[in-house]
Write a protein of this length. Structure first.
Length: 357
């Protein structure tokens, strides 16, 4: 059982237990999709949710940073914090992958390579050298040797690409998600960034199969919470053919994460609506729905964003932001030569959600 095998798996994947859990996972996912679809400006949600995902996914790889550092790295091109920059690269890769999948209605090997290049910010590409092994972090013992050399890796990736895009087997897409994730981790095609690339593939697959319209469901926090079970079950598929427990683990992750994400986006939505009412009351002369949308597009805004977004002069944009700061809706910070205005209400909701493990 030790080496990676071509897909599809020979095992019975849709067992009675799996089918029971599938119903719960689909219900939670459908509720999340339905609520997200009602929100007019999806980018606001996507930006808020993906920053926590980028942070959590990077944390699994021991790239640790804070929301404050992320805020600075997002708002300043040359901000010098390597960990925060890596997290921002991850979010860039995620957006890029999402746009490609929406445009092409496919998820291909070349797209996966592009995503990994953006995560790692280099063009090393698929592993060409042999000698890559996966070790037990505690004991140093070699637990797995993935396929070696570009030709063999591409052979398995081509098989994975076919399995992702061709629903020849009528297996439920959430079950296939568990298979796709396992297989990608086993192929381990890159020198670095495999885990993060694999977690982006998860959400792109959900978008590809139209289970979500926006990339807002991420399993990274669930994996952090259940890290030892995650690695144990990955191993057991390979060594014992234990597909059922692995598929159940991933399906439970989808259910839990969909429920948590729904709560978060409901909070973001209500904070946005409350802010709209409060700004309308406190500053009726400058209030517009477009202004609120711009304030919630990211954690922060700048004078040029307001200038462009509302098609007003720099002086007017600057006046709007000063008025909003005076009334406590924004807090300005000088980062480098730039003045950034932080949306404290949004920042706090997302930060608190990110801290709940």
């Amino acid at each position: 059982m030790d080496q990676v095998k071509l897909l599809p798996p020979e095992a019975e994947l849709e067992t009675k237990m799996v089918l029971k859990q599938l119903a719960r996972s689909h219900r939670a996912l459908a509720e999340l999709k339905g609520f997200a679809d009602m929100i007019p400006n999806k980018n606001i949600l996507i930006n808020a949710v993906t920053i926590n995902e980028a942070k959590d996914s990077s944390e699994i790889e021991n790239i640790i940073t804070t929301h404050d550092e992320l805020f600075k790295a997002m708002s300043l091109e040359n901000y010098n914090n390597p960990a925060a920059k890596e997290v921002v690269n991850y979010r860039t890769a995620l957006w890029h992958g999402y746009k490609l999948v929406k445009e092409k209605q496919l998820l291909t090997t070349n797209m996966i390579i592009e995503i990994q290049q953006l995560i790692e910010n280099n063009r090393a590409g698929i592993r060409k050298l042999s000698g890559t092994v996966l070790k037990n972090a505690a004991t140093g013992e070699v637990v797995y040797t993935p396929p070696s050399g570009e030709k063999e890796i591409l052979f398995f990736l081509t098989n994975l690409e076919w399995y992702i895009n061709d629903d020849f087997d009528n297996i439920d897409p959430l079950v296939k998600l568990a298979v796709v994730h396992y297989q990608f981790e086993m192929i381990h095609p890159f020198y670095d960034g495999n885990g993060r690339t694999g977690r982006i593939i998860n959400v792109l697959y959900l978008v590809l199969k139209e289970l979500l319209d926006s990339p807002i469901l991420y399993l990274s926090k669930y994996i952090i919470r259940n890290k030892s079970a995650y690695y144990r079950l990955l191993q057991e598929v390979r060594t014992k053919g234990n597909w059922e427990e692995w598929v159940l683990f991933m399906l439970e992750g989808v259910e839990q994460t969909a429920e948590e994400t729904l709560l978060l986006i409901k909070k973001i939505n209500s904070v946005m609506e409350k802010t709209a009412e409060d700004v309308k009351q406190a500053l009726p002369k400058i209030y517009s729905r477009e202004l609120i949308d711009l304030l919630f597009y990211e954690f922060y805004t700048k004078i040029p964003y307001i200038e462009r977004g509302l098609n007003v002069s720099r002086k007017t944009a600057s006046g709007y932001l000063a008025a909003l700061e005076e009334k406590g809706f924004l807090v300005s910070q000088k980062i480098g030569k730039e003045k950034i205005f932080l949306n404290t209400r949004l920042f706090e909701v997302v930060r608190q959600a990110g801290m709940q493990k």
